[in-house]
Design a protein around this ligand. Sequence first.
Ligand code: FCB
Length: 463
Amino acid sequence: MTSVLPQEIAAPVRLSFPQGFRWGAATASYQIEGAATEDGRMPSIWDTMSREPGRVFRNHSGDVACDHYHRYRDDVRLMSELGLGTYRFSVAWPRVKPDGSGPVNPRGLDFYDRLVDELLANGIAPMVTLYHWDLPQVLEDHGGWTNRDTAHYLADLAAATIARLGDRVATWTTLNEPWCSAFLGYASGDHAPGRREPKAAYLAAHHLLLGHGLAAQALRAGGARELSITHVLTRVDPQNPHDAHDRDAARLIDGLQNRIWLDPVLRGHYPADILPLFERFGAADAIRDGDLETISTPIDLLGVNYYQPALVRAKVGAVGQANYPGSEGVDFPPQGLPVTGMDWPIDATGLSDTLVRLSRDYPGTPLMITENGSAYHDILEGDRVADPDRIAYFDGHLRAVHKAIERGADVRGYLAWSLMDNFEWAYGYDKRFGLVYVDYDTQRRVPKDSARWYTQVIRDNGL
Ligand code: FCB
């Protein structure tokens, strides 16, 4: 790392985070690993989707990605230079169990074994996510998440993975953002498997949650010390808080974005206002006796991914949004806020309010921000990437986290999305979220200014 430090670093520390606050960064297998056909890995639904012309920006795929599979040692060294204390990564199901449900592929687990050892040797705590969207294609061929069996296969994956890594990994996350898996994967079709069937989306929602519960039990049986699930959550505002119809619209979207995922896990039942949607789309029969007891297996930590707030209003005739199946009559007006390179509105108060609300509505479950960050059009000039907008985004959101803690939220840590630029799903390599710039032609890594800024935040445990 060079010695050029951005201005911010010289500023005195004004906000301190609680002692023991965990700092780190996150990635996901398909987004960084590459090595798509090595050591017995079989295709996932994202390998398939990225081969369908026009589904992903410029038909990019994760075939090579950041080549992390081969460069993990250098990447861990970089993490250590950045001062990360925690690294959240996911295991690729099609590496560990190439045919989805059958035998374990030891060579697939070998990779994560080596990675975990390397992290520990560098003083970095590994945090393993079991499922970050790379479902084995062979399981999708049998219905994917619309098939109840997939939930049981996730539990088998959990058992196999913790059997190998559980002696060294304390913190386990079952699912990353089941909202995306179910509603982007099966309703809007923006994500793999790219289906546009609302019924399938609700079946997937329930089976994902069931899979979470079964996997949580398998992880607990395997000795997991800290069990979690990660959701993408946000504050949903009615455009006119005095208008009852706008308030109903906000309640519906809050139900589909937040409560449908939170209530079953943390309260043991689906929200009463959301349950009718399972019926309306013909998916209610999937919810069987005993499922909610499984789904509400106690967890130790709730992972929160936060990117942007939501604003809605009621509008007669509005078609709604496909990624919220059942949202006809709801309109999503422009928010009038500055946006990131994803065109996502920037409002850090959405993060503090979400954290405070979680601690209030679902007390007793500690929180961790498992993803937060922004994409910008980064340019590598010589050895430097100046990304002041990203620093401002992190700074604003970390202040929001601090404020939430002051307001009583029990927040244990913060993981930046992402360690490095990577395959941003349907956007391919067009969107860069990394603290570290990746030159995809050479696979050279260059810490951005934001990485150096973050290093100082970690060192100071504050801003
Ligand atoms: C989240 C995903 C993560 C990344 C960020 C930008 O929804 O979990 O993989 O794509 O968005």
